[in-house]
Design a protein around this ligand. Structure first.
Ligand code: F6P
Length: 379
């Protein structure tokens, strides 16, 4: 395929390492193949609205490797298939996907690099059905994309949550309290599980295991009886009590997904209602998304960006770069978005947590039964 000009955009929520991917895409495309690169601002919004495209050069990506956020800007409210427009004060939804395809042609973009999570890659996949030529780079702190060992941004988020747990340990111990740290991750418990183990949490609550308040309380009481007198709980925002619902925030922007949040306070109230234990809640929030990427994420993002460009050169359009056993490979975008990658309950990491007597929200036997049930091949 004869390529002269490519475009690059970042879509969905930001995460550490986006700039490292942009830098790698721009430098590799220019240095290796002498292509022109256009930066699209604010995700797909930049292909819907005019005047949001800029030429990228090695100078435009100088000094951004360690910088958090994205120099191109992003949004999680610009789905071209469901684009929300204010018409005389009323919010109306339109399908502007044909305009996006036309816009890409007018800009002379031969192929697009989309750096995004499941939402942006789903949009990309649908645009590919309409003729867009694109490759994907897996981004999200949630680590919930299939077909890759890991998404970039996740490692930094886990480090941030682990540091927060380290700090909460000292204050919880001083005051003989139980402290709950609520972390992001949507329907997947990856951040909570990995940071929880690395940060020595006593209780880890993930969406994959609906929690039982009595089991959590038993763990807290056992610690008090053993003389520990304080406890650390990490709860994924998507965790929910058994027979209960996922907790969402009241405020919801039009055109964006409902925002999770609040399970930490729900759990705190459940504990307070049943015991005299003093409880405090810390919601880590967007601290997990901001700031410098870890060295792991800088390297991964750089490798992903370079390989995305090579995939275009090799004609592997419609693919996403992925990490598989230490190698960067290409997988069909369709496979990556087919389902969410949740924490497998029969994994060694769950087993390690149980061996450390970490409470995973339920009695150990229940977790093991759930794991065995989920691991069963479909009939
Ligand atoms: O998908 C990334 C993520 O950070 C989730 O973990 C979280 O639920 C959501 O985005 C928050 O989105 P927003 O930035 O719109 O509040």
């Amino acid at each position: 395929m004869n390529i002269q000009r490519i475009g690059v955009l970042t879509g969905g929520g930001d995460c550490p390492g986006l700039n490292a991917v942009i830098r790698s895409v721009v430098k590799t495309a220019i240095n290796e193949y002498q292509w022109e690169v256009l930066g699209i601002e604010d995700g797909f919004e930049g292909l819907i609205q005019p005047g949001k495209v800029r030429p990228m050069t090695p100078a435009s990506v100088r000094g951004i490797l360690a910088r958090g956020g994205t120099i191109l800007g992003t949004t999680n409210r610009a789905d071209p298939f469901h684009y929300v427009v204010d018409v005389d004060g009323a919010q109306k939804t339109f399908d502007v996907s044909d305009d996006v395809i036309r816009h890409v042609q007018v800009l002379g973009i031969d192929a697009l690099v989309v750096i995004g999570g499941d939402g942006s890659l789903r949009i990309t996949h649908e645009l590919i059905q309409k003729g867009l030529k694109a490759v994907g780079v897996p981004k999200t702190i949630d680590n919930d994309l299939e077909c890759t060992n890991i998404t970039f941004g996740f490692d930094t988020a886990v480090n941030t949550a682990t540091e927060a747990l380290d700090k909460l340990h000292t204050t919880a111990e001083s005051h003989h309290r139980a402290i709950i740290l609520e972390v992001m991750g949507r329907d997947a418990g990856w951040i909570a599980l990995k940071a929880g183990i690395a940060g020595d949490a006593d209780v880890i609550l993930v969406p994959e295991i609906p929690y039982n308040v009595a089991a959590v309380l038993e763990k807290l009481h056992n610690r008090n009886r053993s003389g520990a007198k304080y406890s650390i709980i990490i709860a994924a925002e998507g965790a929910r009590p058994e027979n209960g619902e996922t907790v969402y925030q009241a405020h919801h922007e039009v055109g964006a997904a409902r925002r999770m949040g609040g399970v930490g306070e729900v759990l705190a109230d459940q504990i307070r209602a049943r015991s005299p234990i003093e409880v405090r809640v810390t919601v880590l929030g967007h601290l997990q998304r901001g700031g410098k990427p870890s060295s792991f994420d800088r390297l991964l993002a750089t490798r992903y960006g370079a390989m995305a460009v090579h995939l275009i050169k090799e004609g592997q359009l419609g693919h996403m770069v992925a990490l598989s056993d230490e190698r960067i490979v290409a997988v069909p975008i369709a496979d990556a978005i087919a389902r969410q990658k949740l924490v497998p309950l029969d994994s060694d990491i769950i087993r390690a947590a149980l061996g450390l007597e970490i409470c995973l929200g339920h009695q150990r036997e229940f977790v093991e039964q759930l794991a065995a049930h989920r691991a069963e091949p479909p009939a």
